[in-house]
Structures are given as C-alpha cells and as structure tokens.
Design a protein around this ligand. Structure first.
Ligand code: ZN
Length: 194
C-alpha cells in the first residue's frame, strides 16, 4: 500500500496514473513498482539539487537555471548560470557543470553520467552534452524559444551525430518554470518596456 500510494503521488512525472488498476489485486507490494518508485524518487532528488542551483542563480540576478551531473548515484558536479558575473555568454549552468565533472573524473568524456537541468538545454549546451558523451539528460521545463532538446531542434538525439542521449523531461517542471517566470516578471517590473 505504501509503495502504491507513493507512486500515485508522483504520477504526473512518470505517467503512472493507472497505478490503482495494477494495485487492485490481492498483492499491493510489487517489487517492480517499488523499483520504479525508487527511480522516480532519485530523479526528483537530483532535480531538487539542480533547483537549488537555479535558486542560487536567481539570488545572484542570473537567469535561474541550475544543473547537476551524477555518476554512479552521486553528484560529481553542480553549477548555475554565471553569464552576468563572468561576463561570459558561454557560462551556462550545463557548460560549467560539464567542465567541473570532467575535472572531477579527470577525463574528457563523461561516459555513464546523467545530467539534471532545470530548463531544456540550448543548442550550445546540448552540443556540449553530446561532445562530452553524457549518457542521460533529465530536464524540468521545456524552453520553446531556445530549447535544443526537442523544442526548436533536437541536438541530443540528432541522427547524424555520433552520440545520442537518453532524454526525459518534465521532472519538477512546475517548480523549474515558475522560477524562470518569476525572474523575468521581476525584470519586467524593474525594466518596463517603453
Ligand atoms: Zn545553454
């Protein structure tokens, strides 16, 4: 019962809305559901860490995007946007996290790693994830204006590139997009359009 309830509470992320049908039999504890539950919890936990980074960016008046890179179940790199602070248009959260992870692993390729990013990566960051051979990408909210992982184009799954990532979106997407909306709302109040 416990596991089934917890799965249902995360239904929007894993689209497990049929869980009650599966749990209606005599046995409530199904190891496969328990496994799915653990996997979902792990994705949420890592995305929450990426969100912490995004909030840090927000507090520094940077566009609030955060990223963490996970290897063998542990966070090995974390970063948030620092474009304004570094006066560097390439200082996106994902780029900084990829560099940091490569330094940590002392390797140019991040094989077997997973990237958790609050907002759909842009073409530059998606390209970096491909070049770094990151295995999986999990992102929160889609970015219809610059997102290059399915929105305006799809670099991480491009057939002509020699590496493709497994991608899943929508993890904590409300929280991820709300932070971004709040940031731009604040900007509009401060710098209203003529
Ligand atoms: Zn980017």
């Amino acid at each position: 019962m416990l596991y089934t309830n917890r799965i249902i509470s995360f239904a929007p992320i894993a689209q497990l809305d049929r869980a009650p049908a599966y749990g209606a039999g005599c046995c409530w504890f199904d190891p496969s559901w328990a496994h799915i539950n653990i996997v979902i919890n792990r994705h949420i936990l890592f995305m929450q860490e990426a969100l912490k980074e995004a909030r840090e960016a927000f507090s520094e008046d940077e566009v609030p995007v955060g990223a963490v890179i996970v290897y063998q179940g542990k966070i090995i790199a974390r970063a948030h946007n620092q474009v304004e602070r570094l006066k560097d248009p390439t200082a996106h959260a994902e780029m900084l996290a990829v560099t940091s992870a490569a330094n940590f692993l002392k390797t140019k390729w991040l094989k077997g790693t997973s990237a958790y990013v609050t907002i759909e990566p842009c073409s530059m960051c998606a390209g970096a994830l491909v070049l770094a051979r990151v295995k999986e990408l999990y992102f929160g909210a889609k970015d219809p204006k610059t997102g290059a992982c399915g929105s305006i184009t799809n670099i991480v799954k491009h057939k002509k590139l020699n590496h493709r990532l497994k991608v899943k979106s929508g993890i904590l997407k409300q929280e991820c997009s709300a932070l971004l909306s709040e940031f731009f709302k604040k900007k509009r109040v401060r710098f209203p359009r003529p």
